[in-house]
Each structure stands twice: as structure tokens, then as C-alpha cells.
Design a binder for this molecule. Structure first.
Ligand code: DC
Length: 222
């Protein structure tokens, strides 16, 4: 039996890297739901759409088609893997993802992608809203300083030099907006397993989740 694995948690806890590797070990499809919110944010930025003007943002949503191919994300056919990871997008994405119309559009698409099961999806509301019946739900947390340092290294690898305090402030602000928004706030599902990744290596995180998944898959065979 194939299952759905939902991985939620705060920004910079290592969800994406972990989820990607878990999917690869299980032969599952990995879907980065945060990348979809980032792609819409990039679309608004690119088209100079005013973030204060919600009605213009909502009206332009049908012009925004997001697809995945071979681990890459495309906005209206253009590969935007790099464009969605800038600080500019980081600074606006929580505001965009608080819009209900944006969430409705993306949640519908995410559910379709999970229909066949055999998916690992990471985000903020995957276990609570997108797949409330997911067979395995994981909620990742980590110490703030460790999260900021991890994000800094990630940006550094992409050639983006950002001071640690700016990254930390952005993480704190995103946590605040993501956890307090009215529609689908970031919170741990009652039946999720919490993993504190502060002192775990990436491989240890992956091992833990793969073990949990395999025991569920194994038990379902009886
Ligand atoms: O995982 P990430 O940092 O790439 O996500 C970027 C933003 O997208 C995050 O700050 C909140 C939003 N998001 C969301 O609201 N719901 C999701 N399922 C995934 C991301």
C-alpha cells in the first residue's frame, strides 16, 4: 500500500531537504507546497502587482499556472526554481499565503496531486487542511538560531549573501504571520509526530521518518 506523508513545521527546520530525501528513499513523489506559494508571490512581484491591493491580486490568479516537472517548478511554463528563493520573495510570501483565494486555488491543486497516494508533501497546513487523513503526519521544529544559520548556509550556496540578523528577523516574522493568519494557520495536527531537528543531522531526520513510514506501510499489509 502507498501512503501520504504530510510534513509541516516552521520555516528553516529542514522540511524540504528531509521530505525530498524521504520521497526518494520510498520511491514516492515529493511536492514542495511552499514553492507553490512562492511562485505566486514571484508572479505578483514580476507583474508589479501591489500587495496592498487584494482585489487585483485575486483577479490575476487565473493567469497564474503552476506546474512541476522532474523536481522543478514552472510558472506559466517558465522554470522559476531560482527566482522563488530570493529574499524579496521571502519577505512577501507570508502575506500572499494569508489570502484565502490563493490558498483555495493551491489546496485544490495539492489534493489532486496526492490522489494517487505515494506522495510526500511539505508545508504548513498539509496535515491539518490539505490531507487531514494522511497516514503519517510529521511536525518539525528547531531552535531559532539553528534555523537561521541553516537558512544562511542555504542562501550562501546560491550565492546570496544575507546578514544573519536579517534572516532571523524574516524567520520570526514569517512564523508570526503563518501561525496567526485566519485561514489555515500553521499548527501541529493532533495526530502528528513532533520531531525537534535542532540536534539531528539531515540523515537522522530522514531515517526517523522513513522508519515511521515503513512501519505504517508494513502494518497495513496484515
Ligand atoms: O516552506 P517555505 O519556506 O518555502 O514556504 C514559504 C511560505 O509559504 C511560508 O512562509 C508560508 C507559506 N506556506 C503556506 O502558507 N502553506 C504551505 N502549505 C506552505 C507554505
Amino acid at each position: 500500500m502507498k501512503i501520504v506523508i504530510a510534513i509541516d513545521g516552521y520555516s528553516g527546520t529542514g522540511k524540504s531537504s528531509t521530505a525530498k530525501q524521504v520521497a526518494s528513499r520510498l520511491g514516492y513523489t515529493y511536492i514542495d507546497s511552499g514553492a507553490m506559494y512562492r511562485a505566486i508571490t514571484y508572479f505578483f512581484l514580476k507583474n508589479d502587482i501591489d500587495f496592498q491591493n487584494q482585489s487585483v491580486m485575486i483577479k490575476s490568479l487565473p493567469d497564474c499556472t503552476i506546474t512541476f516537472d522532474n523536481g522543478s517548478i514552472f510558472l506559466n511554463g517558465q522554470n522559476v526554481d531560482h527566482e522563488i528563493r530570493t529574499m524579496e520573495v521571502n519577505q512577501s510570501v507570508s502575506q500572499v499565503s494569508a489570502l484565502s483565494e490563493v490558498r483555495t486555488k493551491l489546496v485544490e491543486q495539492q489534493r489532486k496531486m496526492g490522489e494517487q497516494k505515494g506522495v510526500v508533501m511539505d508545508g504548513r497546513d498539509i496535515g491539518t487542511v490539505v490531507f487531514p487523513k494522511a497516514e503519517l503526519k510529521v511536525f518539525m521544529t528547531a531552535n531559532m538560531d539553528i534555523r537561521a544559520e541553516r537558512r544562511r548556509k542555504e542562501l550562501d550556496k546560491k550565492g546570496i549573501d544575507e546578514p544573519l540578523h536579517v534572516i532571523k528577523e524574516n524567520l520570526i516574522e514569517r512564523d508570526r504571520i503563518d501561525s496567526s493568519r485566519k485561514d489555515s494557520p500553521l499548527k501541529m495536527a493532533d495526530d502528528a509526530k513532533e520531531i525537534d531537528t535542532s540536534h539531528l543531522t539531515l540523515n537522522q531526520q530522514i531515517d526517523k521518518i522513513v522508519e515511521m513510514a515503513e512501519s505504517i506501510i508494513y502494518a497495513s499489509r496484515d
